[in-house]
Design a protein around this ligand. Structure first.
Ligand code: NDP
Length: 327
């Protein structure tokens, strides 16, 4: 038996329980993993609380990421004892995830733990940090360089936002951090490397199709009016990366920034992202993230606390990343 969070839905009643599960109930998978740490991402919080239909099969163990040690493997790339990381691939949505002491997964979904990180550090980064890196790789691929202008990071005090600010500042970018918690989190955001803090109010209401050009690149985790205004304020030839929906799925924008300023909008998906890109992102995290900053970014909780913290996370009250020690 082992401990896990288990989500059930019966007669329209959605329940999440911290409980004990039999090893024989684990799903099929060619690699078995003793999970060391998982994390609480926005999507996990939606799954745990049932606020959005993230979970598509019941019973489900949530947790879209984990780090752990392989205990059994029939996959040619992994053997017992290897340390591995998993992000996405529907884990925690359609396949049992990481908020558990054990996991059984498809070995193709795993990446080796990067050599420079210990397991806890890898989860301080987690899916949020790896997604932040995917956004930054996309900005680079579109030709954005530090001398071209500022980068706007929205939802900056959250998981993706915090890691994005830290990486961008290490790469030499001038970062504007947009946050709804300016009073509480300004010092924190400056410690991560933000040069300017902007209140969310400036961008969260319906705006003009084109606004003053204030940044050349954007990492957006918020969606809705914030994303629309972020596009409207992007310099000629700039690039906006969109990865989140913390304010909503909608995108109430016009085409003006795209057709009059040549702005590029790039969608970022971490879940089905091909392995080569994942490996590139984790490699760049090893070199381009000042890991001493992670000490300020994460808090650690136990598996039995995950439900309570999930609710706080959806209320926008959690700073940075939350690591879950499942043992
Ligand atoms: P967090 O909850 O840690 O951070 C989200 C931040 O967004 C909050 O901290 C808050 O920052 C801001 N925010 C929250 N609610 C609102 C609102 N109503 N209006 C404006 N801003 C708001 O979540 P994560 O960082 O884990 O994830 C962020 C988003 O990115 C989520 O939507 C998530 O689903 C998405 N995501 C997508 C991935 C992908 O593959 N595309 C992968 C990972 C995440 P502040 O207080 O500073 O304003």
């Amino acid at each position: 038996m082992f401990n896990a969070l288990v989500i059930n839905k019966a007669d329209n009643e959605y329940t999440t329980t911290f409980t004990s599960v039999a090893e024989s109930d684990l799903p099929e998978g060619d690699v078995k993993v003793e999970v060391l740490y998982s994390t609480l991402n926005y999507k996990d919080a939606l799954a745990i609380t049932g606020k959005s239909p993230v979970v598509r099969r019941f019973p489900m163990v949530p947790g879209i990421d984990f780090v752990g040690r392989v205990s059994e493997s029939n996959h040619n790339e992994y053997k017992a004892g290897d340390l591995v990381v998993l992000n996405g691939w529907g884990v925690g949505e359609t396949h049992w995830g990481g908020l558990s002491q054990k996991a059984s997964v498809n070995g193709d979904w795993l990446v080796p733990l990067p050599a420079s990180f210990d397991p806890k550090l890898a989860m301080a980064i987690g899916t949020a940090g790896y997604t932040a890196m995917l956004c930054i790789l996309a900005l680079e691929r579109q030709g954005i360089k530090p001398e071209m202008g500022k980068i706007l990071v929205t939802g900056a005090a959250g998981g993706v936002g915090s890691v994005a600010v830290a990486i961008l500042s290490k790469l030499g970018y001038d970062v504007i951090a947009l946050s709804g918690r300016v009073e509480e989190e300004s010092d924190y955001l400056k410690s991560l490397g933000a040069s300017e803090i902007m209140h969310r109010d400036e961008l969260q209401h319906p705006g003009k199709p084109l606004a003053k050009e204030r940044w050349v690149g954007v990492v957006d985790v918020v969606g809705s009016h914030v994303l629309a205004n972020a596009c409207a304020g992007t310099q000629y030839g700039g690039v906006v990366t969109a990865c989140g929906l913390a304010a909503g799925m909608d995108f109430p924008a016009t085409v003006a920034p795209f057709i009059l300023r040549g702005v590029t909008l790039v969608g970022i998906d971490s879940v089905m992202c091909p392995k080569a890109k994942r490996l590139e992102a984790w490699k760049r995290l090893e070199t381009d993230l000042d890991v001493t900053k992670l000490q300020n970014i994460y808090t650690e909780i136990g598996l039995s606390q995950a439900q309570g913290v999930a609710t706080e996370l959806l209320e926008g009250k959690v700073r940075g990343r939350v690591i879950v020690d499942v043992n």
